[in-house]
Design a protein around this ligand. Structure first.
Ligand code: CUA
Length: 162
């Protein structure tokens, strides 16, 4: 093998990954942004954090039935509680949680289902989960929000169908 050819192959071994890695990252970015819908919080999902209690749907926190087996849980987070702190739905329900914070950054993590969101003041978080098994699904605030952060919790009670 000629000396010039060896250098070329060695360079190529570095050039290919140095092109492939950024191209791979760009593809991953496009797939998450446009395929999976991962993006920054939008302006359309925002309410005035100083007027949460007077702004629909947070003026009437609670569970509303949208259709058979489909519910929307409208919740407000504030230091150091959730309103409401108990959500009751029948087993087999799909629940969309529509949540915002009145004051500082809180979080909502529901055990047993795939719900884990940050609650930014005035930003509306919307996340959906299905509750098939009857029982209690505790939820907690998982963003440190002050001295009584650890007391900020509640539960989803899934009732057996009669
Ligand atoms: Cu709210 Cu921690």
């Amino acid at each position: 093998m000629k000396r010039g050819t060896t250098v070329y192959l060695y360079e190529l071994a570095w050039i290919l990954p140095s092109v492939a890695i950024p191209v791979g990252m760009l593809v991953a970015l496009l797939v998450t942004a446009f395929g999976a819908g991962v993006h920054l919080p939008g302006r359309e999902g925002r309410v005035d954090p100083t007027r949460v209690a007077a702004t629909a749907p947070f003026d009437l926190p609670g569970v509303v039935a949208l259709a058979p087996g489909r519910y929307e849980a409208r919740m407000v987070a504030q230091t150091w509680s959730f309103t409401p702190n108990e959500i009751r739905v029948p087993a087999g329900s799909t629940v969309t949680f529509v949540v915002t914070s009145k004051d500082v950054v809180h979080g909502l993590l529901i055990h047993g289902v795939n719900v884990n969101v940050m609650l930014l003041p005035g930003q509306i978080a919307r996340v959906t989960a299905r509750f098939d098994r009857p029982g209690e699904y505790p939820f907690v605030c998982h963003e440190y929000c002050g001295i009584a952060h650890h007391t900020m919790w509640g539960k989803v009670v899934v009732e057996a169908r009669r």
